[in-house]
Design a protein around this ligand. Sequence first.
Ligand code: NOJ
Ligand code: CA
Length: 678
Amino acid sequence: MKQLMARFLAVLAFCLALPAFAAPLASVSSPDNSLTVSFDIDSDGRINYSVTRKGQPLINPSKMGFLLQDSFAMVRGFGFVSQEARSGEENWEQPWGERRYIRAQYNELLVRFQQKEDFKRLMNVRVRVFNDGLGFRYEIPDQPNLKVMKIAEELTEFAIAQPGTAWWINGGEWNREEQIYQKTPIDAVSTAYSPITMRLNDGTHLSFHEAAIVDYSGYWFKRQDGQTFRTMLAPSGRDAKVIRETPFWTPWRTIRIADSAAGLVENNLELNLNEPNKIGDVSWFKPHKYIGIWWGMITGKWTWASGPNHGATTERAKQYIDFAAKYGFKSVLIEGWNKGWDGNWFGHGYYSFTEAYPDFYLKAVTDYARKKGVRLIGHHETGGNIANYEAQLDDAMKLYASVGVNAVKTGYVADAGGLIAPGDKPGDMVMEWHDGQRSSVHHLKVVETAAKYHIAINAHEPVKDSGLRRTYPNWIGREGARGMEYNAWGQYANSPDHEPTLVYTRMLAGPMDFTPGVLSLTGANGVHMASTLAKQLGLYLALYSPIQMAADFPEQLVKYPRELDFITKVPADWSESHLIAGEVGDYAVFARKDRNSDNWYVGGVNDADPRTVTAKLDFLDAGRTYTATIYRDGPDADYRTDKRHSIAYETRKVKKGDVIDVRMAPAGGFAVRIAAGR
Ligand code: NOJ
Ligand code: CA
């Protein structure tokens, strides 16, 4: 007994001797307890957060706060006010997407802080911790001394605890996100767009991004020193980067956390942090494949502008509609039918969105399309002149709705920082960034206006994707990365590892209108792209979009009847999607189940190193026979030789538990259709 008492006293003495900072001010763990986020305040009153995973540091103490344009910073002098915890669980259904059902389970903590001086301003932080990631946001309450917050900079740090490798593109680059990814040590990143992907030396995979950019600037991931980064908000042409009336909250700052590349990909963090559908039923939009009067302009054969080589003529539109109807493409994108492309349209266009060139008659084309069971995908290139577009927005959408167009591709071709708002005349123009607050407001205005007319939006040169498709499911896709179009413009313009890098970087943000399906593998002036024929099919499985293009000229597509057959059959809407093999930047193989049948599809893309992958068909239903049609690189396929079109076909019966071994060539890929028997 005496001994026990002595031991008890010793333990008590030890606990009392522990330094006061050992227990955090506030903390919350994931439902499975693997992740813990803690908050503290240092001796200067600076708030910091940190993250541990399985007890090990993942994010070291990282500071939080804001620089204001017109007042003292909201960085120092904070004290703790109170905290409030809750848990959330939700099962919800996507109207379309990579998977039908999504489950969210998290623990949440709201921590309230107040500056002791400096106008006694209030600032709250809400964090949600899931088993595979976390998000936190600032919530600024309504308060007497902060009615309008003019944010000069958001100073949210991310101090990454371990060395590793990063895959990233330069933030604030003139060509926006349309860049080849760099692979460097984490401490060699400069300023990057998000999402940015990292693999730490212990194998932990991370993706830093954000969710729900609403009336706020997107951030760039800026290195301060070593492995410590901070948010750098996209600049603004006005006096502050973000101007908001209180109360408001910021987008969620998100970190996906996984043991493997697959754990990053099969992760719904940003969607789960967005609000549920606000626009109601979107069954008027059906995922599908499309063709377009497009590659002809991209390769320079035709023009968007009027003239002898004008691409968008009524006659050519009808030919494309005939082709679409014959092969089962549900829509045809037509660019360059409207006035505004003559002269210097790049970067400061004054388009009309309702007036056609004389050789294009919109109503005749849409009437013809309707008869053939095909729709048009409309096009609104703005040249970055959002003022000019907003002035015509309602009329533009009304016109398309009146002729049965229910999807519109928008475009913001302008150098980064070259969006024009709010006026369209020299003197009252303000230049804005594609990821700036003004742009985020603009895009939602377009999406909400389009929703009124039952029109879906696919934005090129967009604000970055932050999962808002959950709230606005008519926002079906974006570009926001280097797409197929770069393969038209130079020898091997996109590197062989570009697409297997996109899968683990840009694609984590959401669907991309990459525009696969250039079966000729040929860009402008006969240049070759870094792809085999089979890789073009693999792209339909690797890069998800609810609208997938077959980008090549129809006369090229028909030269490859078996591949064309695959493209017309492959779904653009899935009930399940799994990354069954892959590593960041090297290769990616998916198994996806059709949302409208019991058929499965397997396939993917490879970088420059040939490799053999084994697809285990564990996901098939037991006791059922399926027919697998395999499209794989031929044994001699090589994108650097005249064998880039070499492809092998095989059809065989398969069942649950079987394996399919496939060798992918350099810059190769493969695709398998697995049709369920009765
Ligand atoms: C760039 C887009 O990415 C491309 O798809 C489009 O055709 C042109 N801009 C013109 O709008
Ligand atoms: Ca583009």
